[in-house]
Design a protein around this ligand. Sequence first.
Ligand code: DGJ
Length: 717
Amino acid sequence: MSARTTTTNFYRLDGVHDTLVLQSESARLPRLLYWGRSLPIDTDLHALAVVAQRPVPHGGLDQEEEVSLLPEPGRGFTDSPGLIVRRGEHNVYTQLHITKSTALTHGWDLECVDNVAKIKVVLGIRIEPNTGVISAGTRLTNLGDVNIQVDWLASFTLSVPEFLQYRQSIGGRWSNEFRVTTEPIGSASWVQESRVGRTSHHAFPGLLLTSACVGSEQGEVWSGQLAWSGNHRTLLQRCRLGGLQWQMGELLLPGEVVLAPEEVYVTPQAHLARSNTGLRGLSERWHGFTRAQVLPPSSRKLRRPVQFSTWEATYFDHHPVRLHALADAAAAVGAERFVLDDGWFLGRHDDRAGLGDWVPCPERYPDGLRPLAEYCRGLGMQFGLWVEPESVNANSNLYRAHPEWVLGSPELPQPLGRHQYVLNLGLPAVRAYLFESLDRLLRSAPIHFLKWDMNRDMTHAIGGDGRAGAREHVLGLYALIDQLRLAYPDLQIESCASGGARADLAILRRCDRVWVSDCNDPITRQRIQEGFLLFFPPELMGAHVGDACSHTNGRTTSIALRTLSALFGHMGIEADLLSMPESDLQFLQTALQIYKQHRTWVHQGFVAQVYHPDPHIRSIGAIANDLSKALLSIVATENTSTAVAAPLRMCGLARETMYRVRLHPHWPARPNAGKASSDFHRGACATLSGLALAEHGLQIPILEVGDCLLIELLSDV
Ligand code: DGJ
């Protein structure tokens, strides 16, 4: 065996709590050497590299197969590649070399070139020091004089240590989004894709890889999110010679990225977070990063007004008298914003017509939207409006004038979704039309808020020239929203796509909240919201109090449960207030006052699931940043497994601090739930240290399905 004569380079990133080290041999593409708790600055990285060196087994190639940041078949990598590029009919094998490395304050740009393949790749990797969140992305340039086609370019590839044994993926469906599935990492490949042109209900572009024992406070977790609102792909693969690789990137349709000489393709950014302190530590990092680095600056300290949405109160039935009465009722219970949902524009009497014609219906709004908006302003409420700019119905003036503006080919009939097509936002003329339409509306009335909906999965994502157009559509969407925000800096925008099918870190760069799900049933919402809160902070979580009988699943619940499940998010109402019983209206009014009393600290603090051993007891805790107070909601989503459930342990408070704890009088325990109950369950205060709350926890009352409680904790100083 010949001695290896190689030069080794290290690229190190340090945050307040974490270190990441990349290692490159002989200027080849780097691979992950270390990602974990902070290493002392004088750590001998060569020694780390020596002990990390993997042996070369019999039965394979004569060299190691490296999981670099872009594993290259041209280097003999035989598992799934990190890049797939073609030039004409030729598969391009790359052997990229780092030709230039640029150290930045918190990261590196590594320029890598292959002069034979005529490809340049710049790997950008950054660390956000406070949260330790890593951002990675790749730029590929065609250095040749012939076009190349990019079929796949991972935003990142990581080799994953095998102490991470479980995968938590986030999926679901319409009206049941953000459901977490936990499975052992298997022996082959796991792939999750969205091919529907939206972030999607079924495949959230985020993943958790966890150690065997992971809980709210303990265990190791690596997590990633792709900041992209279109097609995407995540691969977790057991490599054939051992080890695991993890790739995330944009899923490119055939021919979607063709680069002429000197042209560049830039992948979406991927973000990675890790935690040694379980799921709670992980969510703290994601929430902190999203607030500080992702949200539009104007959104970061917003006071989230109680919002009333007309959707489930009126659907398409927009009668001025009823709308005014709803506005009166909304203002009377404490709403601060009135959002006019679908049904206000030309031809829109049901979901078969009208999309594309963004002018108020002349019969129902003869003087435009201003009179209603002014009426709401007179009641002390802002005015918001629902729009779905990316879609068009065949029965619309827009489609009749411009059938060529939709994605899809006129020769190829395509299935419709909710009777609509998707406009091709890759076309500048389409964007110009939409900007003009929205601009006209925003000038016509004092509109503070747009609910930006998108209700159609993309199927035939091709433009008039036959080229794939899903990617250009998403870039066009971003450009349009950015243009709008620039023109209207105070405008707030909600990202909605049939509920929660567009929640990701790219849309959140330009939106202020997410409509998490069309399901307002508070029992189903428990798990939906827990999944959402794993990644995103509570103030972005649109959460509405619906009618007693849920419109999406028919379950009937109490006003106590409906209000409690919306309390920690961006709270709103989506119910027919005109037929709500007086006692429920009063309960709602007080609940909204309590929301207003606490929203500032809850929306800047930390909100996450608190785990109870009984899976039917779901609990969410909100803790203030200074740890001086907390609120804890408890909901039984089924009858509990045992008659008396275990105490609930509340972690995350200051261990030495004494807290006065009581059941909140607005959400008390059900009287007569058992033969006897404690003073605490009857409303008495107890004073306990943060340590006792974390170690012993609070005995909870007897709960049956639908029972709910709020526990209030206040530091005793
Ligand atoms: C789907 C959204 O998720 C709903 O909240 C509502 O706005 C409808 N679209 C309106 O068509």
